[in-house]
Design a protein around this ligand. Structure first.
Ligand SMILES: *Cc1c(COP(=O)(O)O)cnc(C)c1O
Length: 427
């Protein structure tokens, strides 16, 4: 049961010491209003704040925790690794094991490099693609987020979209002049970019999860593959979110399209800071120490994070049927919301892919960032506040994807729908 939140002033205190009180902007609840609960602990599908309130967690650390909070296997692997030492800055066996497990899933990816975050993965992948092709221009898509590195912080969705800052001060125009912007699911806009620049690389979320959830259309992604082949450009699929989430092999299971480089993050670290990029041998061998493109990391591939990732990836490979179960639950949730919305004359549309769901208070189902921006974000804020008060933790922004985890059961989903039908008059 939700208890009245006692004002403890911890958010005020946090703001005295940490910029905005948070270490990543969306956590501050700016776009939905109100104060973020401070989390004490998690348990399966639930989290508990420091005031003892319990929430059903549809964020799951923004994706990583596909087995929910405190998954015993992951916890044990982490504890065992910690006992042996947290970091050596030297090669360890567990890195090799995780590399093998990941690459085994993707016939078109031959070599991998582990880093510490999704941002690092995409930043390094772009450098590698530029180094490999010798071309500076890259294409990215409006509403796709690839972390906060300079050349990718142009019309990013998610946190950046929430704050209405298409690109950030501090990023020199000289850096972003090589970033050409195309429209998601619109191949004509891609052709224009190719004609206007010397494009060495295209980066895209094949399943966009940072403008809520907008899947790439199969035909569009196929044409994107062809146009990259035609111009000799490297195609990077950013699957930091969709990898091991949309499906075991992310977009590859869904579209069968082979990118030249794929970036990973989130689930691959099982809740620990891990990112990775994997690609074709001839491209990856341009990377140091084999090739001249520099990339490094003191804590990259550290055994604690690798052990967590290895446990999760192995468990997913052993239980591939969970994706169907997660998808069924996500669909049930979205169908329930959709029906309730309809009964109350609220425009509502949604997407579900595997364990990921995204919904829009919007007359139509958006296919690109412009259409996403036609959604009613004020209504989303009211939805968020009311659900939070009732013990349901949804993303504090209309631009985020929601996540189902394995410990979430039918009853949890039913309770969420019932609660939505109770608060719907308030929104
Ligand atoms: C989260 C995310 C990133 C950035 O990952 P961080 O670990 O937050 O740096 C990059 N790309 C996509 C698609 C993401 O969802």
């Amino acid at each position: 049961m939700y208890q009245k939140r006692v004002k403890m002033g911890i958010f005020n205190e946090a703001q005295k010491y940490i910029v905005g009180g948070v270490n990543s902007p969306v956590r501050a609840f700016k776009s939905v209003g109100g104060e973020p609960p401070f989390i004490e602990k998690g348990e399966g599908a639930y989290i508990f704040d420091i005031e003892g309130n319990k929430y059903l967690d549809y964020i799951q650390s923004w994706g990583p925790l596909i087995f929910g909070h405190c998954d015993k296997d992951t916890q044990n692997a982490i504890i065992e690794a910690v006992k042996k030492g947290v970091s050596f800055g030297a090669p360890t066996k567990v890195e090799v094991e995780l590399a093998k497990e990941v690459l085994e899933l993707f016939p078109h990816l031959n070599l991998i490099r582990f880093v510490n975050s999704g941002t690092e993965a995409t930043m390094s992948a772009i450098r590698l693609a530029r180094g490999y092709t010798g071309k500076d221009d890259i294409i990215k898509f409006e509403g796709c987020y690839h972390g906060h590195s300079d050349s990718l912080l142009v019309s990013a969705g998610s946190g950046a979209a929430t704050f209405g800052v298409p690109s950030s001060p501090g990023v020199p125009a000289d850096f972003t002049k090589h970033t050409l912007l195309a429209k998601y699911n619109d191949i004509e806009s891609v052709k224009k970019c190719f004609e206007s620049g010397d494009v060495g690389c295209v980066i895209i979320e094949p399943i966009a999860g940072n403008m809520s959830l907008v899947p790439g259309e199969k035909e569009f992604l196929g044409e994107l593959r062809e146009i990259c082949n035609h111009y000799g450009a490297v195609l990077i699929f950013d699957e930091v979110m969709s990898g091991f989430r949309a499906s075991l092999r992310g977009s590859f299971d869904i579209y069968g399209i082979k990118a030249d480089i794929v970036t990973f993050g989130k689930v691959i670290g099982g809740g620990m800071p891990v990112g990775a990029f994997a690609g074709k041998k001839e491209i990856m061998e341009k990377l140091s120490p084999v090739g001249p493109v520099y990339q490094a990391g003191t804590l990259s591939g550290n055994p604690v994070a690798m052990s967590a990732g290895l446990t999760v990836i192995k468990k997913l490979k052993e239980n591939p049927e969970i994706y169907k179960e997660l998808e069924d639950k996500a669909k049930k949730l979205m169908e329930g919301f959709s029906e309730t919305s309809k009964e109350n004359n609220i425009d509502f549309n949604y997407n579900v892919i595997g364990s990921m769901f995204g919904f829009f208070f919007n007359k139509k189902l958006p296919k690109n960032f412009d259409e996403v921006n036609e959604s009613d974000t004020k209504r989303y804020a009211k939805f968020h506040n009311n659900m939070l008060k009732s013990g349901f933790y949804f993303a504090p922004s209309a631009y985020e994807t929601g996540f189902i985890c394995t410990p979430m059961n039918e009853k949890d989903i039913e309770n969420t729908i019932t609660t939505y039908s109770k608060i719907v008059k308030e929104i």
